[in-house]
Design a protein around this ligand. Structure first.
Ligand SMILES: Cc1cc2nc3c(=O)[nH]c(=O)nc-3n(C[C@H](O)[C@H](O)[C@H](O)COP(=O)(O)O)c2cc1C
Length: 210
């Protein structure tokens, strides 16, 4: 199937069959799509947390506005972004990149100086607006990869990030949760959305030709 056919196939699954588990190989590919996502200045300002522990998934239900899908799904992915930029974080990425490419450290020094001059004077909240945007790029690619593998998923913002960060100890890792992505297989019988038409704005309205 083509990418567009896969995107037609996918939908925000509302009911998972809790007996069906996604193969580790497929979960790995879905996470790999996020890892390969392009990010601003290549900083990869986000991480993916993979949750399989059933007790932990159940603890997240009340944090996720009572949405049972986070417990019924096979794997729950949490996309979390850096809580702020720091000199160390920027340097670590660029040192790694230059080392991997066999270039001298500092090769991109004037560029990283510009990044630091731009991000470090901002508030942590302003930084997080930017880092969270990068997480959404990976989030989108993971959804597309899941669709290609015929793995169902549900993009989710319906949760309390503060409570989730506390539960997962993300604050101690310098991360803040951005989105959730339950993975699994749809329960065709009881998912009210499974048989509904996909609705999008008509192309004429969506595309502005100038
Ligand atoms: C960023 C984002 C957050 C969303 N949050 C939720 C959510 O918390 N719970 C839910 O059931 N659906 C959620 N959705 C699903 C959307 O309602 C759904 O993607 C949209 O209506 C389009 O339908 P489709 O994905 O089935 O094609 C979210 C989607 C996105 C992209």
């Amino acid at each position: 199937m083509s990418l567009l056919e896969n995107l037609q196939w996918r939908y925000a699954t509302k009911k998972y069959d809790p007996t069906k588990k996604v193969a580790q190989e497929d979960v790995d590919k879905i996470v790999e799509a996020a890892r390969l996502a392009p990010t601003s200045s290549g900083l990869q300002q986000f991480r993916v947390i993979v949750i399989t522990d059933q007790e932990l998934k159940e603890k997240i239900v009340p944090i996720a506005w009572g949405q049972e899908i986070v417990a019924e799904c096979s794997h729950l992915l949490v996309f979390a972004a850096w809580d702020r930029y720091t000199e160390e974080r920027i340097d670590k990425v660029y040192n790694y990149t230059t080392d991997e490419r066999g270039l001298p450290r500092g090769r991109f020094g004037s560029y990283t100086d510009k990044l630091k001059a731009s991000y470090l004077p901002q508030t942590a909240e302003e930084n997080f607006v930017h880092t969270a945007r990068q997480a959404y790029i990976g989030f989108g690619l993971s959804m597309a990869q899941a669709a290609e593998l015929k793995v169902d998923c549900t993009p989710m913002e319906g949760f309390s990030p503060e409570e989730l960060d506390k539960l997962l100890g993300l604050d101690k890792k310098g991360l803040k949760s951005v989105t959730l992505l339950p993975l699994g297989y749809r329960d065709n019988e009881s998912d009210w959305l499974a048989s509904m038409k996909k609705v999008r704005n008509p192309k004429e309205e969506f595309v502005l030709e100038v």
